[in-house]
Design a protein. Structure first.
Lengths: 414, 217
């Protein structure tokens, strides 16, 4: 392990809080890389040169110090890591040099050991996160050997069932309050995300839950084991309620939850992840203001979205094309129709939602029937109208400025 | 298996940028005592969301002890609330601008609930720790009373085995510096110690004793 300048300075700052002596840390070339006297950084340290030759501590007493310029009495000690000398620490502690020096040497070695352990654990976590990200975003069958290998490596059970849920986060940034001298911005970013995920997982308190952060969204893989007292829906409802609570407590800036459903085993996780994304994106395309949506709620729309653009346009134009012309840009009939479907074809609820008299509503519904040939109160006609309306909404979404990002649209189509 | 102690605090309100009740709850988050872990929940100062947030927190954490904390204007000591009444009568509007007047919190609920925390034991423990504290016989009629009533009502209706109550804390010195020189205040550290001590007392001495003038009988 190489002793970095940042870690060396951290050790100096840490020990300087405990004792008030001049401390320097030197690299294996005896060059000072950190010091509580910053003017000395870059100088060669005489005591360190002796230590690096002998491997033993070297003490400079008052008499010897007088012989050299800029040298004060003290002790230089080797810094060991796994039986190697990775640097030297010099303490200008005068007569107490031997005792104080030993103590500082131990503290330094402990801090390095701790740092190394943390780095190793971080690296393991990073490899695991990378694997989980692949598992979500790539098809199992395109990378089967890689996934099998990773499953073994991370002790996952191929046949474990998982509930897959994605939370989309609004305006979530981790770049703020960056003022740490000991780590790079990217390390700070990774740590912030890792701390955030740990906190959420801790609050949710589900055994072996996995959280995966992909910019602006967190995906939750919740292991499901059937229990006698509850079924899958109960398990899912309870988790979503708790998740909604924990997210509301964690994020002030808002979020949406997309429920992908249960992956029967790990090969289905990618599919369920896509379902969760559809559950988030389809309501957005249809301008439905829903905080929590499930793939099962949008399955029908999802199927429609998979038709070609030509097929979709031809369909809605043939059903509601005349209605749009009649509306003449005011969208009165369209709004009536949409509200009618949103309120489960209830005359009372729809007239209340539109602030109109029920007779006005009945007149409009009848007029829609006359114009289109499809009567909204008849089941089969309603299905045609609902389908056309949904496809028209998608057309609007695709041609609006919101949907400039073509990749975004493609993701809706699984 | 770890058992949870839920400490709740209110979001900053009425132009304040901080709320010591929330800060102390956050400071205790993740702390441990024996096999208990402290959890926190942020409660909105809002008639319509305050109790539902608490219900969600109880369902999420399944705690054994719930201590609600709130800020009490002008109080000099930690107030351990004895009772919550079935009334919402706001002296000023909540964060949604709603002003409840002579409202019943739950039309089917009892007139009042007593704290199920060992309030006298807690007071004695706080005094032993050097924290000024007293038993308050009114939690007011604003959101703190609402939350305490709502919490005890939910626990009672669902037959949950949870001990719950409310503690009011004074302002912190920084909140009143340069404003009102006669307004009492208390350091956040003392408040944190007080709430932690209260939770530990509720675990170690859950059965309340009858104490007169500080002497156990």
């Amino acid at each position: 392990m190489k002793l970095s300048q940042e870690l060396a300075q951290y050790i100096i700052d840490y020990t300087s809080k405990i004792i008030d002596y001049n401390i320097n840390i030197m690299d294996p070339n005896a060059v000072i890389i950190a010091s509580n006297d910053s003017t000395r950084i870059g100088e060669t340290h005489m005591g360190a040169r002796k230590v690096l030759v002998t491997g033993e501590p070297y003490t400079i007493d008052k008499e010897e110090a007088k012989k050299y310029p800029n040298v004060i009495p003290g002790i230089s000690l080797p810094i060991h890591f796994k039986d190697n000398i990775i640097g030297v620490i010099g303490v200008g502690a005068g007569e107490q040099a031997a005792t104080i020096g030993k103590m500082i040497q131990s503290t330094t070695e402990l801090l390095i050991e701790q740092f190394h352990l943390k780095e190793t654990l971080n690296a393991e976590t990073q490899v695991r996160n990378e694997f989980l990200t692949h598992l979500l975003t790539e098809s199992w069958f395109n990378n089967e050997s890689y996934f099998h290998h990773q499953l073994k490596l991370h002790h996952f059970n191929l046949n474990q069932s998982y509930l897959v849920i994605t939370a989309e986060l609004f305006n979530c940034t981790f770049e703020n309050n960056f003022s740490n001298n000991y780590e790079s911005e990217i390390v700070h970013y990774e740590k912030s995300i890792s701390t955030l995920l740990e906190n959420i997982a801790y609050k949710l308190n589900y055994l072996h839950i996995n959280l995966v952060y992909i910019p602006n969204a967190i995906t939750f893989l919740v292991p499901y084991t059937s229990t006698p007292e509850g079924d899958k829906n109960h398990f899912m409802d309870k988790f979503v309620t708790n998740l909604d609570f924990v997210l509301s407590q964690t994020f002030d800036f808002g979020y949406r939850i997309g429920i992908g459903g249960f992956a029967e085993n790990m090969t289905q996780i990618h599919y369920r992840y896509k379902c969760a994304n559809s559950a988030l994106k389809i309501p957005k395309a249809l301008q439905r203001d829903t905080k929590i949506s499930s793939f099962t709620d949008v399955y029908f729309e999802h199927l429609l979205f998979n038709l070609s653009q030509k097929q979709r346009s031809r369909y809605w134009e043939s059903i509601i094309g005349k209605l749009l012309k009649e509306d003449n840009g005011k969208s009165m009939y369209l709004e009536t129709l949409e509200t009618f479907f949103q309120n489960d074809q209830s005359i009372t609820k729809t007239s209340a939602a539109l602030f109109i008299h029920r007779n006005t509503l009945l007149f409009r519904l009848n007029r829609i029937g006359e114009i289109t040939g499809f009567y909204p109160q008849h089941l089969k006609d309603a299905i045609n109208l609902y389908t056309a309306l949904t496809l028209y909404k998608l057309y609007q979404f695709e041609t609006s400025s919101v949907s400039d990002d073509i990749e975004n649209q493609k993701e809706i189509l699984l | 298996m770890s058992k949870d102690i839920l400490i709740t605090g209110y979001e900053p309100f009425g132009g304040d940028t901080t709320n010591p009740s929330l800060e102390l709850a956050q400071a205790l988050n993740g702390c441990r005592y024996k096999d208990y872990t402290f959890q926190f929940a942020k409660i909105p100062v809002n008639l319509h969301e305050c109790i539902s947030t608490m219900e969600k927190a109880i369902n999420c954490f399944d705690p054994e002890i719930v201590i609600c904390t709130g800020l009490a204007y002008g109080r000099a000591s930690i107030s351990i609330e004895r009772v919550a009444i079935n009334v919402a009568d706001f002296p000023w509007p909540d964060s949604a601008g709603y002003l409840a007047l002579n409202e019943t919190i739950d039309a089917e609920g009892p007139a009042a609930y007593f704290s199920t925390l060992p309030i006298r034991n807690i007071m004695q423990s706080l005094h032993a720790e050097g924290v000024p504290a007293y038993i308050s016989n009114s939690a007011g009629t604003y959101c703190c009373n609402l939350l305490m009533y709502g919490t005890l009502n939910y626990i009672s209706k669902h037959h949950l085995n949870i001990k719950a109550g409310m503690m009011h804390v004074p302002y912190t010195p920084d909140m009143i510096a340069g404003k009102d020189p006669f307004m009492p205040s208390m350091s956040l550290d003392t408040m944190i110690k007080a709430v932690k001590t209260a939770a530990v007392t509720a675990i170690e001495n859950p059965e309340d004793r009858s104490i007169i003038c500080g002497f156990a009988q």
